[in-house]
Structures are given as C-alpha cells and as structure tokens.
Design a protein around this ligand. Structure first.
Ligand SMILES: [Zn+2]
Ligand SMILES: [Zn+2]
Length: 83
C-alpha cells in the first residue's frame, strides 16, 4: 500500500506543475539525454546528462539538470578510463 501511495503522490505532483510558458498543468519529464561527461577525461558516458521536460499541450521542451545534481560521471563508469 505504501508504494501505491507514493506513486499516486508523484502523479499528483506532476499534474500540479504548470508549464512555465503557457501555464498548462502537466509539465514534466518527457525524455532523458545520455552522455554525462567523465570526471577524469571528459568523455561522454552512458549516464544521463540531462532530463528533458516538456509541456503536455505545446511542443516546447526544456533541458533540466539531473535531479541528483550530478554534473560529472565517476571515472569508474567511463569506458575510456576503464577499457
Ligand atoms: Zn506550455
Ligand atoms: Zn574517463
């Protein structure tokens, strides 16, 4: 039951978020972009670099930083550093 409650709360939160441009409720994540840079060599990794948030009514989107604030990938997850 606890898990269902958390999911419902998350859905409600998304419905309550208005688009910054047209104010339509429902603004939220529509896609993610991989390619977070390695902290050591700067190469792109498979980690998510940005989230793409979009409007439900119009085709505008905005890139948002990762919710966890990570801006570099750990080098242990980099293919160039760990061939
Ligand atoms: Zn909008
Ligand atoms: Zn690297």
């Amino acid at each position: 039951m606890a898990a269902i409650g958390a999911l419902a709360a998350k859905t409600a939160e998304r419905l309550a978020t208005p688009c910054s441009r047209c104010k339509t409720p429902g603004w939220g994540r529509v896609a993610v972009e991989a390619g977070l840079g390695c902290e050591f060599c700067g190469c792109e990794t498979g980690l998510i670099a940005h989230e793409v948030h979009g409007c439900v009514r119009r085709p505008h989107t905005e890139r948002e930083p990762r919710p966890d604030g990570l801006v570099f990938a750990p080098k242990m997850l980099c293919e160039a550093c760990n061939p």
